[in-house]
Design a binder for this molecule. Structure first.
Ligand code: URA
Length: 426
């Protein structure tokens, strides 16, 4: 078999055989298929698609490129959640300890932010001493002591995806539903969770800008998980505006702690509780504590403190704050009709909360505090948002990103419901 034959087959809109897919993924992982050849194949897939069987084969081949973790030593079911990423999406932080407090183990491998969406590991690293890299034995220890672990995927997990994702990032081939679905699901299946809840974001701040595109991604991922024996369900949720009132690493940790303390913004609490119930149901935990109760009685907060401490973090440490702030005021009185998720995400990124290249550092304190959300009544001159950055020079470019990103009108405009739909296996 050779790479040119495989590329030509997809270029000419053919179906790749199982043998072709197994070969090309294996040869690419070993370095026998060159980056330029894989780029051509990824572009052919982006343009011509893959059918369900091809996507399933592609996913399985990526899983087989590395190790497959398993948690049979644990005495309770495992459940995980994956979000396709958005602005202000800090849900993993309160959710993982909450689900642990309600009776399931949560082994979660997370990523870092790239571009305008934040990464869970960057957020947690703003907690003094917290460590993202754990061995498999350490993961098991943290799971046993805290019930939940959130850490970086080791280099042995789906190495084909690691290589391919880096290549897609620089060749304009990220936005392909078959490639996104197989990339996410290969890692989640290899992680060994028994059940999985997907949070597929829809809107300007998400990968998927429209409901039909998000539905196709959700259905594809649910089918891949189900076929691999992982009980999988997906929620499609709104990302036309930011989630919660904090965007940026340490700001989002602080908001998550508020939720764990029984407060926090209504949308973050609602989505956290809804996803927790979905995870417990998918894991078959029916007799555990209700998530709302676990937020009220402090047991979710206790699990958070155990989880952070078990990974070297100090849950009582003061969070980093940026040196400079700037207030953006409401331009006129009325109803905030729009607060665009992408504009806010891009502004936070320009303030230093995100990175342009994988090796760049992030500023833990940088980001945006939102003082109003779409639908709120606002008065001219009141603070709309506070920008946080380490250098005042960053404010101008952030303000440019926000230009046109919000609007005040007479009546609340159209917005997506927080939970748009629920997708289960057919
Ligand atoms: N996240 C992933 O892990 N892979 C993608 O392709 C897109 C988002």
């Amino acid at each position: 078999m050779d790479a040119i034959e495989v590329i030509r087959a997809k270029r000419d809109r053919g179906e790749l055989t199982t043998a072709q897919i197994d070969w090309v993924i294996d040869a690419y992982t070993r370095g026998d298929v060159a980056d330029e050849q894989m780029s051509a194949l990824a572009m052919a897939i982006l343009l011509n698609g893959m059918d369900r069987r091809e996507i399933a084969d592609w996913t399985q081949a990526m899983i087989r490129s590395g190790e497959r973790m398993e948690w049979s030593a644990l005495d309770r079911p495992t459940a995980d959640k994956h979000s396709t990423g958005g602005v202000g999406d800090k849900i993993t932080l309160p959710l993982a300890p909450l689900v642990a407090a309600c009776g399931a183990y949560v082994p979660q491998l997370s990523g870092r932010g790239l571009g305008h969406t934040g990464g869970t590991l960057d957020k947690l690293e703003s907690i003094s001493g917290w460590r993202a890299s754990l061995s498999n034995a350490e993961m098991l220890d943290v799971l046993r002591s805290a019930g939940a672990v959130v850490c970086a995927a080791g280099s042995g997990l789906a190495p084909a995806d690691k290589k391919l994702y880096a290549l897609r990032d620089v060749t304009g081939t990220v936005e392909s539903i078959p490639l996104i679905a197989s990339s996410i699901m290969s890692k989640k299946i290899a992680e060994g969770t028994g059940s999985l809840v997907l949070d597929v974001k829809v809107g300007s701040g998400a990968f998927m800008k429209t409901v039909p595109a998000a539905r196709e991604l959700a259905e594809t991922m649910v089918a891949l998980g189900t076929d691999a024996g992982v009980r999988t369900v997906a929620l499609m949720t709104a990302m036309d505006r930011p989630l919660g009132r904090a965007v940026g690493n340490a700001l989002e940790v602080a908001e998550s702690v508020e939720v764990l303390a029984g407060g926090g913004p209504a949308d973050v609490v609602e989505l956290t509780v809804r996803l927790a119930r979905e995870m417990l149901e998918a894991a078959g935990v029916t007799a555990g504590k209700d998530p709302e109760k676990a937020l009220e009685d402090g047991s979710a907060m206790d699990a958070w403190r155990r989880m952070i401490s078990a990974q070297g973090g100090d849950p009582d440490a003061l969070l980093p704050r940026a040196a400079e702030t700037m207030t953006v005021e409401v331009p006129e009185s009325g109803v905030l009709t729009r607060l665009d998720a992408y504009a806010v995400g891009l502004a936070a990124w320009r303030l230093g909360a995100g990175r342009a290249r994988k090796e760049d550092p992030v500023s833990f304190g940088a980001g945006i505090e939102l003082h109003a959300k779409p639908g709120d009544l606002v008065r001219a001159g009141q603070p709309l948002m506070t920008l946080h950055a380490d250098e005042t020079s960053r404010f101008e470019r952030a303000l440019e990103a926000l230009d046109g990103g919000y609007a005040v009108g007479e009546a609340a405009g159209e917005r997506l419901p927080l939970v748009i739909d629920r997708i289960t296996a057919p």
